[in-house]
Design a protein around this ligand. Structure first.
Ligand code: HEC
Length: 313
């Protein structure tokens, strides 16, 4: 197996980041949480919550409080109904997540990045997992802007507000209202000029083993695979989970029904075999069931492998 590993240490990153570890506060005036609804199949409306508060702690813990009473639907009676019927007069909902504090504090002024966010929304006592990409821009030393990269869809059933929505529908004599709402979030985070009092002691940096490609660029290439593959362990879709695929035998994911040729292939997925396979899947393994024409650019594959490697840790 020919693998082109190179080793880097995270020490440098830690050194440059630790001086900037800070507490961030949500600037309510410049933050916004909105959601869309569609009634009668055609009338789209945007509602929002006017009051958000919260913080990101030095170690990257995001806590966002959404004041449910501040819901703004642009119609007073409807605001009232939303508060009492849908939100059951409960004061607030909480969104919590763990962010990569080091990555955020290292972001240079003017720079942007896209990070994965796995958050939990606690609404009316129900915990709803929320997964999304967040676009982050460092506006100044003391300001960071974060927005959802795309819309996030939230089901009213899952959110535990279906019964309330039913009642609203009856009250407003609507014959239809969507049960999935697109949500967008914009957060403006500011520091209060509070530098961390003591320099945090940096934990020993794990030695990272990385492929030569560019992980971020590889993540973009992976969009071509996403329709069928997940990089999450155990998550099989049309294609098998690609978690830890580099270095493993072909057709090794338990519970996935491979084609005969794939199941019988005597192949270990390494840089070489993956490069060949992904260039022309049908040529590498005739009659395999992956309906994908192939990646033409060698650089795309190199970046993709770096990304796949990074998700398998
Ligand atoms: C249209 C759906 C689809 C797309 C798009 C797709 N795949 Fe697949 N992939 C599959 C299926 C189905 C299999 C199983 C094939 C079989 O059993 O013959 C598979 C198998 C694989 C395997 C072998 C896995 C194993 O466990 O042995 C790898 C590696 C792989 N795909 C990588 C990729 C990558 C990387 C991309 C994007 C560049 C991609 N695939 C795009 C459907 C897809």
């Amino acid at each position: 197996m020919v693998k082109t590993f190179f080793r880097t240490s995270a020490m440098l990153l830690l050194l440059s980041g630790s001086a900037l570890a800070q507490n961030w506060t949500v600037d309510s005036d410049n933050s916004r949480l909105s959601y869309g609804t569609i009634k009668k199949n055609s009338v789209g409306e945007v509602n929002s919550f006017e009051k958000l508060s919260g913080s990101v702690s030095e170690d990257g813990k995001l806590q966002l409080k959404i004041d449910l009473g501040s819901v703004e639907t642009n119609i007073d009676i409807r605001n009232e109904r939303m508060r009492q019927i849908v939100f059951q007069s409960i004061g607030s909902a909480d969104l919590t997540a763990q962010l990569d504090a080091a990555e955020l504090s290292q972001l240079a002024v003017g720079a942007t990045t896209v990070v994965d966010l796995e958050a939990t929304l606690n609404l009316l006592g129900t915990e709803i997992p929320v997964e999304t990409e967040v676009f982050v821009a460092r506006i100044s030393d003391s300001k960071v802007l974060a927005t959802t990269n795309d819309m996030v869809f939230l089901g009213t059933e899952e959110a535990g507000v279906n019964a309330g929505v039913d009642q609203l529908k009856t009250l407003a004599k609507l014959n239809g209202i969507t049960r999935t709402v697109p949500v967008t979030l914009r957060l403006m985070l500011t520091t209060e000029g509070k530098q961390a009092a003591a320099e945090p002691v940096a934990a020993p940096a794990p030695v990272q083993v990385a492929f030569a490609g560019d992980v971020k660029a590889g993540k973009k290439v992976f969009k071509k695979c996403k329709a069928c593959h997940s990089v999450k362990e155990g998550q099989n879709n049309v294609g098998p989970s690609l978690h830890g695929v580099i270095g493993r035998q072909a057709a090794a994911v338990e519970g996935f029904k491979y084609s005969k040729v794939m199941a019988n292939a005597d192949v270990t997925w390494d840089t070489e075999s993956l490069t060949e396979f992904l260039t022309k899947p049908k040529k590498f393994l005739p009659k395999n069931r992956m309906a994908f024409a192939g990646l033409k650019k060698p650089a795309d594959i190199e970046n993709l492998l770096a990304y796949l490697d990074s998700t398998s840790k």
